[in-house]
Design a protein around this ligand. Structure first.
Ligand code: GLA
Length: 766
C-alpha cells in the first residue's frame, strides 16, 4: 500500500502545477491543474480583472470546499472529466472497462499546453486552446482534454480516449462537465415535436440529475438543444445564465446535476449504444465538442453562439438570396409547365433562388416509393431537369435541389438490389416511419454508392444549393452485415464525411439541414451546412415562438424562414400576409406558396415585402439579435441592431387570442443610451388589422394624404406612413413607448435610426 502511494507521488511530479486564466469576450475561465489531477474549472463566468500569480494562488485555495460529515477525506473537486476515484458522488465522466477491470481509471495529467506551447505555473491569456494529456495508473488508457475559449467568450471542450492496452476497452460513456455556482437554481431547456420544435421548458435545479438523452439517431425535434441553468427568473436581458450545447447530430445527452455534497455541473456528450464503441489496442474515440456559454441574460448566451457561427468557415454572408421552395406549392405533383410558371412568378417578385423539392427522382410520386434512387425520373422529366434549370437561371435565379441521402423506401431499385444496406438490429426490419428505412452509410459500399449518385447529379446540373433532408428517427439502427450491431455513431460520422466530401468537390455549394422540418439543428451539422429548416410548420403564429427560441443557438441568417399561403397547411389557421411576412423577415427569407393562387393585391404586397427585406437584409440577418422580456407572454418584441448601434429594426407581435390585447409599453434594449433615435413604424405591405395607433406615431398619411384614425382601424391600408418620435436610447429602454392596439396575430415593424448630433457631422476645423 505504501509502495503504491509512493508511486503516485512520483507520477505527480511529472506534471508541473498550472493555473490558467483565460479571458475573452467578458468571460473568464480559471482552470486548476495541480498535483497531477485532471483539470478543474474553478471559475467560469463573468470576467475577472487583475488576476496575477499571487491572486490565483489565493483563489485556488479560497474555493476549496469544506469536507462534509462522513464524506471521503478529500474535498470535492469536480474536474472537467469527473472521476469516481476522487470520491465524486455524481456521474463519472468516463464509463467503460476492460472486460470488467479498469472501470475506475485514475488519470494523472502528464503535460499541459496552451496554444501548442507547454505551460506551468500561473498563465494568463486571451482566447486560447488548453490541452491536457493524461494517462491512467494502469497505463492502458490515454486521455486528451481540450478546452478552448473563443474570442466571443464561448467555451468548448472535447476529449479523446485511446486504448494503450492489449485487451479491448468497451466505452460506455465519455461526457464532459462544466461547474456552475449554487446561485444557478433554475433550469431552462427545450422539447418539441414535428411541426412545433424548440419549445422552452423550465424546472428547478434539485439534487439529482436532470438528464436529457436523445436516442433517435438525429438531433431530434425534442432535443434539449441548449440546456441552461441560471439565477431565479432569468430572462433575455437579465440574470446570470450558464448554458451548454452538445454539438452532435446523433445520439447525445445534456444534463444538469447537483450532487449531495452541493456541487453543480452541466454535462454533455454522445450517447453510445451497447457495444457501439469497443476500442482495440491503439484505437481511440473522440467526443463531440461540448459548448458552454455564459451570459447576463439569454441574449448574451445566444450571442456567443452567434459569434461562433459567424466566425465559421465558410462564412455565411447575410446578403442571402431570397428563396422560393416549391414544396407547399406543388407537393409531389411535379409538372414542368406549372413549375416554370412558378419560376416566372417568383422572378417577378425578386426571388433569387429556386428550390425543387421532393419528387424529382426515381419512382417518387408519393412518400411510399423511390427514396434511394437518385436519378432524375424519366417519366416526369423526359428531358431531365434541364428545361427547368435553364429557365430558372435565365431568370437570374440560383437553383437548389432536395435530397434525402440517408434514407430508402422498400419500393425502390436500391432496396431491391441491396437489402443488406438497410439498417436492422435483427433479421427483420425495424418499424417503418414515413414508409421509409435508414441506409447504413457506415458500410463503405453504401456510402460510395450514394456519394457517386449525388456527385453525378451535381456534375450534370448547375446546382447551387442542396436541401438535405432526413425524415425519420433511427430505430434499431444496426448493421445487418455484422450481427445487427449498433451503428448510430458510425452513421453520424459518415453523414458528416459525406457533407464534407461533397463540399470539397463543389466548394461553392450551400447546404440546408432539414429533418422532418427542424429535427437536425445543432453545431455539429452546422460545421458542414449553411442553414436549417426551422420547422415544417410555417404558420406565423407558431413561427414567432420557434424563431425566437431557435435563435437561442442560431443567428437569423441560419434559420430558413418562409412566407406560406394564407391558410396554413399545417395548422389550418388563416393569417394576413403582413403577419406572415413580418414574422418571416427575421430569418433567411423564402416563399413557399403556390403563387398562382395569390391575388394581384397579395402579389403586390409580397413584392414590396421582398423589396424591404432586400434593402434591410444586411441588418436583419447580420445584426445582433435582441429579444425583450415583456410582461405578457403573447406580446413578442424582438429585433436586430447593427454593430455601430446606429440602426435597429424591431418587431412587436401580438399573438394573443383574446382582444383587446393588454396595454404595454414597448421597450428596446441594447441601443446606445446617450444617443437619440428616431423610431417609426414601417408597413412594407398593408397596415395590421385592428390598428389603433398610439399618439407618438404622429399623423398617418398615405401618398401625402392624411388618414383619419377610424379608417386606419377599420381596414388594413397600403402605403401608410407615420413620422414616429425621437427619443434617447436610455428612454427607449427604461421608459418605453406605448404599443399600438392590434387584432390578435398581427405584427408591427419599427425602424430605429440614430439621429446624429449636428456637430458630429461638421468637418473639423484645422
Ligand atoms: C420533409 C421536409 C419538407 C419537405 C418534405 C418532402 O417533411 O421537412 O420541407 O421537403 O420532407 O418530402
Amino acid at each position: 500500500m505504501e509502495h503504491e502511494i509512493a508511486q503516485i507521488e512520483t507520477e505527480v511530479d511529472t506534471c508541473p502545477d498550472a493555473t490558467i486564466h483565460l479571458t475573452a469576450g467578458r468571460v473568464s475561465l480559471l482552470v486548476d491543474i495541480s498535483k497531477g489531477r485532471l483539470p478543474s474549472i474553478l471559475h467560469w463566468g463573468a470576467a475577472l480583472a487583475e488576476v496575477d500569480a499571487e491572486v490565483a494562488a489565493v483563489l485556488v485555495r479560497a474555493v476549496i470546499p469544506v469536507i462534509g460529515s462522513n464524506n471521503v477525506s478529500e474535498p470535492p473537486r469536480p474536474a472537467i472529466l469527473p472521476e469516481h476515484h476522487t470520491g465524486w458522488v455524481g456521474r463519472p465522466g468516463l464509463t467503460g472497462s476492460f472486460d470488467g477491470t479498469g472501470w475506475s481509471p485514475r488519470f494523472r495529467s502528464e503535460s499541459v499546453s496552451l496554444n501548442g506551447v507547454p505551460v506551468s505555473g500561473f498563465v494568463e491569456s486571451e482566447q486560447g486552446l488548453l490541452r491536457v494529456d493524461a494517462q491512467d495508473d494502469s497505463g492502458r488508457l490515454q486521455l486528451r482534454l481540450e478546452i478552448e475559449l473563443e474570442q466571443s467568450g464561448l467555451v468548448r471542450a472535447r476529449s479523446t480516449i485511446k486504448n494503450l492496452g492489449e485487451e479491448k476497452y468497451s466505452l460506455d460513456e465519455l461526457s464532459l462537465t462544466f461547474p456552475i455556482p449554487g446561485e444557478a437554481t433554475e433550469v431552462l431547456d427545450f422539447t418539441g415535436v414535428h411541426n412545433y420544435e424548440r419549445v422552452p421548458q423550465r424546472t428547478t435545479m434539485t439534487t439529482g440529475v436532470h438528464l436529457r438523452e436523445q436516442r433517435k439517431g438525429r438531433t431530434g425535434a425534442d432535443s434539449a438543444y441548449v440546456l441552461h441553468a441560471g439565477t431565479p427568473g432569468f430572462g433575455f436581458g437579465h440574470g446570470e445564465v450558464w448554458a451548454i450545447h452538445t454539438a452532435w447530430s446523433g445520439n447525445h445527452r445534456h444534463y444538469a446535476e447537483r450532487v449531495s455534497t452541493g456541487e453543480q455541473v452541466l454535462g454533455g456528450g454522445e450517447v453510445l449504444l451497447p457495444g457501439e464503441v469497443k476500442l482495440s489496442s491503439g484505437e481511440s474515440y473522440q467526443t463531440p465538442w461540448v459548448y458552454a456559454s455564459f451570459g447576463n441574460g439569454l441574449d448574451q448566451v445566444a450571442r456567443r453562439f452567434h459569434r461562433h457561427l459567424r466566425a465559421r468557415e465558410p462564412f455565411v454572408d447575410p446578403d442571402r438570396p431570397v428563396t422560393l421552395n416549391v414544396w407547399e406549392a406543388v407537393y409531389f405533383h411535379q409538372d414542368l409547365d406549372q413549375l416554370l410558371d412558378l419560376a416566372e412568378r417568383a422572378a417577378t417578385l425578386g426571388v433569387e433562388r429556386y428550390v425543387l423539392d421532393d419528387g424529382w427522382f426515381g419512382c417518387r410520386r408519393d412518400d411510399f416509393s423511390g427514396l434511394g434512387d437518385w436519378t432524375v425520373s424519366a417519366d416526369v422529366w423526359p428531358d431531365g431537369l434541364h428545361p427547368l434549370i435553364n429557365r430558372v437561371r435565365q431568370l437570374g435565379m440560383q437553383f437548389g435541389l432536395w435530397f434525402e441521402p440517408e434514407m430508402v423506401n422498400l419500393d425502390s431499385e436500391l432496396a431491391r438490389a441491396h437489402p443488406a444496406w438497410i439498417m436492422a438490429a435483427r433479421t427483420s426490419l425495424p418499424i417503418e416511419s414515413r414508409n421509409q428505412h435508414v441506409l447504413n452509410l457506415a458500410l463503405p459500399e453504401a456510402y460510395e454508392h450514394i456519394k457517386a449518385r449525388m456527385l453525378a447529379i451535381l456534375a450534370e446540373y448547375p446546382i447551387d444549393y442542396i436541401k438535405w433532408d432526413h425524415n425519420r428517427d433511427l430505430t434499431e439502427a444496426g448493421d445487418q452485415t455484422n450481427g445487427g450491431r449498433p451503428v448510430v455513431h458510425a452513421q453520424t460520422l459518415a453523414f458528416y464525411r459525406l457533407l464534407a466530401e461533397l463540399r470539397a468537390a463543389h466548394p461553392g455549394l450551400e447546404i440546408e439541414s432539414c429533418s422532418s422540418g427542424g429535427a437536425r439543428v445543432d453545431l455539429g451539422v452546422l460545421e458542414h451546412a449553411d442553414r436549417v429548416w426551422v420547422s415544417d410548420n410555417i404558420d406565423p403564429h407558431d413561427r414567432q415562438a420557434m424563431l425566437r427560441w431557435t435563435a437561442q443557438l442560431l443567428p437569423p441568417e441560419f434559420m430558413g424562414s418562409h412566407i406560406a399561403s394564407g391558410r396554413s397547411y399545417t395548422t389550418g389557421r388563416q393569417h394576413d400576409l403582413s403577419f406572415r411576412a413580418g414574422t418571416a423577415i427575421f430569418g433567411h427569407l423564402g416563399i413557399e406558396w403556390d403563387l398562382a393562387q395569390a391575388t394581384v393585391q397579395e402579389t403586390d404586397e409580397l413584392r414590396s415585402w421582398v423589396e424591404f427585406y432586400k434593402q434591410e437584409r444586411r441588418l436583419l440577418l447580420g445584426g445582433d439579435m435582441v429579444r425583450m422580456d415583456t410582461p405578457h407572454d403573447d406580446i413578442l418584441v424582438h429585433g436586430v441592431i447593427n454593430n455601430e448601434k446606429s440602426r435597429a429594426i424591431f418587431a412587436s407581435a401580438c399573438t394573443d387570442s383574446t382582444y383587446p390585447d393588454p396595454a404595454v409599453r414597448l421597450k428596446f434594449r441594447e441601443l446606445d443610451p446617450a444617443a437619440r433615435y428616431r423610431v417609426r413604424p414601417v408597413f412594407p405591405g398593408r397596415t395590421p388589422s385592428g390598428l389603433q395607433a398610439p399618439r407618438w406615431w404622429g399623423r398617418a398619411t398615405a401618398n401625402g394624404v392624411h388618414i383619419d384614425e377610424l379608417r386606419l382601424r377599420d381596414q388594413p391600408l397600403t402605403s401608410v406612413r407615420f413620422a414616429g418620435a425621437t427619443l434617447s436610447g436610455e428612454m427607449l429602454h427604461t421608459v418605453g413607448v406605448a404599443a399600438p392596439r392590434l387584432h390578435p396575430d398581427q405584427v408591427v415593424i419599427y425602424v430605429l435610426d440614430r439621429v446624429e448630433a449636428p456637430h458630429l457631422n461638421q468637418p473639423s476645423t484645422p
